[in-house]
Design a protein around this ligand. Sequence first.
Ligand code: UD1
Ligand code: UDP
Length: 437
Amino acid sequence: MKIAIVIGTRPEIIKMAPVIDEIIKRNLDYVLIHTGQHYDHEMSDQFFSDLELPTPDYNIGVGSGSHGEQTAEMMKGIENVFVEEKPDMVMVQGDTNAVLAGAIVASKLHIPVGHVEAGLRSFDKTMPEEINRMVADVCSQLYYVPTEESAVNLIVEGINPKNVIITGNTVVDACLRNLKIAENNSDILDQFEVDEKILTLTMHRAENVDNLERLTQITDALIELDELTIIFPVHPRTLKNLENFGLLSKLVKKDNIKLIKPIGYLDFLLLLSNSDMVMTDSGGLQEEAITLDVPCMTLRYNTERPETVTAGGNILVGSNKDKIIETANLIMNDPKTRETMKKAINPYGDGKASSRILNVTLTDYENGELEIKSPENIMNQFKRKIELIESNITVREFESTQNALIRVVYENNEATFPHEDLDLKNKLVLFDKYLQN
Ligand code: UD1
Ligand code: UDP
């Protein structure tokens, strides 16, 4: 089996690293394609060396540009590689333009797509990432979802539950595997004289850093947080905008704010694990913070990682200056809040997501289920029904006796995932009743 992996940006390199390791460990044939969306050493190459990843077989070298331009260039480059390499499947990760391009091109060529970190939804269509992840999910065949909540997002959109596998998030694999290495190898903490509590800060979301009003509010809040040492590895997009908006000089004047270039993964993990809190609009950081028991403040009004908020480890503060200051002070000065946030249970799994991803992929491939079916093999004659089940019967038993596919189970007015062993008694089910055998 030959797997094509498409990556393009920092978080994809990090989160696909455990999957690539697993592919190599199992001696599978693969082709690694970098779109080149991130190209600075600090945003790309240093992660290949930190994570000991092989050099990509192809780098499409798209660089920066408008969404249309960037995605179109990626699509052209990726299509050429797929035609040449003829992979049996394509794996994409997350919600960047690389995912959009990779998933569309593969599905047009009838190559099955496996989407790592599928099913996340912020329900905010102003985010480019929301569109990317929704389109990628339409194009995919296998959905490796991090949590039950993301699985439910997919099934209520009509995705077949049989193709949705709750694996946990590969970020936990990466985080746990590399933290020990970081502890032995990184000297990042020696670079700062830290007298106060550490707040690690990252931000790069277009809706924050491209917006003068929001970036000003966040900057003004940072300036007032005098009692914290703020370590801020600055994303290139953010640096450009802080300069253009004339905000950089305000931050540079503050001794307690340490502006640095983006740092490698090992350095970042060590910094994060030694931080008293993190402030971010990053997706991956919300997950890593709860994995490493670091209280997180998210500079957004919504999140596609709501599990972190429900678990109690993450507070959404938007870009409101007062709310940012008030929440940072609360976490810093109120031990009860801090401890509750630190104790939040990590919803993203046990660090074995990449192994589960490969197990299910190989099983499906060997059973001939990882194929885009030709028209004569598509059973589309069914009636979609809703029924209240009164007897003790599992999902598996119901489906085989009724020649049906259960789509969604409703219990206590909530949509839940139709796990095969789930007892359906007193539950409402939405199912497809096939009209032929
Ligand atoms: C992209 C992803 C975002 C992800 C983020 C991870 C999309 C739509 N966005 O956002 O989902 O969270 O990566 O960091 O795919 N730049 C450099 N050097 C680089 C890369 C970028 O200077 O190596 C600068 C350029 O000025 C560029 C800007 O940063 O225009 C934005 O880069 P881009 O890749 O378009 O989006 P990100 O903000 O990085
Ligand atoms: N990260 C890093 N160095 C930095 C900042 C972040 O290694 O200077 C890592 C971080 O640990 C996380 C990932 O980059 O794994 C998050 O990437 P980013 O915030 O760019 O993207 P997002 O997760 O929001 O898509």
